[in-house]
Design a protein around this ligand. Structure first.
Ligand SMILES: N[C@@H](CCC(=O)N[C@@H](CS)C(=O)NCC(=O)O)C(=O)O
Length: 216
């Protein structure tokens, strides 16, 4: 199969898919947006107009979690899911907590980075929501060397890019303590620095963030 992925190096959703691609050693042409194709052409490819979007020959698959699960089914080795149904539920729960309760407030906080246009009351409310979501993630994180168990799973591919963002964004908003109530999550992210695939996406996101900051 011929794969291409419309990507943004800074997007935590796209980074999730790249981490899966790296962990599985897949041959995927990564096309950085904006620039990979004109916006009108991208809209005709997917009306959702979001990265990541995977193309598989002529087929188009948007949505990071759907892309990751598709790649997992097509390329089951190395496995990023569990054959134990209860463990698999924990993996899916960690991904869902990130998507529903962490990425929501985090994405809105990204819109509050500029101190000139910042709404401080809104920031405080969103920081409260974000900390709550992170404490829920903390509660359900496993005790092994990865998010759930002792091997990399889709949960790690989802959580690592999100935590990179949390830790970068906090100081920009005057909040260095976003993981203050989430010691397990904090220790987990420190431990993930020595995983080669996590390291790679963290490095890519760091470079993209610097570029973005210079452009502001
Ligand atoms: N639920 C989507 C979210 C993707 C998303 O929001 N991507 C952002 C970049 S972080 C985007 O493409 N925004 C452009 C737009 O909405 O037009 C996923 O998991 O893939």
């Amino acid at each position: 199969m011929t794969y291409a992925m419309y990507d943004s190096q800074l997007s935590p959703f796209a980074a999730r898919c790249r981490m899966v691609i790296y962990a599985k050693g897949l041959d995927v042409a990564i096309k950085d947006m904006p620039g990979a194709i004109p916006p009108e052409e991208f809209v005709s490819l997917t009306p959702m107009h979001k990265v990541p979007t995977l193309t598989v020959g002529d087929a188009v698959i948007p949505e990071s979690q759907v892309i990751c699960e598709f790649l997992e089914r097509e390329h089951p080795e190395p496995a990023l899911t569990s054959s134990d149904n209860l463990v698999q539920a924990q993996i899916e729960l960690a991904c869902r907590i990130c998507d529903l309760y962490v990425m929501g407030p985090l994405g809105q906080l990204f819109g509050q980075v500029n101190p000139q246009s910042r709404d401080d009351a809104r920031v405080e409310a969103l920081v409260g929501d974000l900390k709550k979501g992170l404490s829920w993630l903390d509660h359900y994180l496993g005790d092994g060397s990865y998010a759930i168990g002792n091997n990399m799973t889709l949960a790690d591919c989802t959580i690592v890019p999100v935590l990179f963002f949390v830790l970068q964004l906090g100081p920009m908003l005057g909040h260095d303590d976003l993981l203050g109530d989430s010691a397990k999550v904090s220790n987990y992210f420190k431990a993930m620095q020595s995983d080669e695939h996590a390291q790679r996406v963290i490095g890519e996101m760091g470079t993209a963030l610097k570029k973005w900051q210079q452009s502001q």
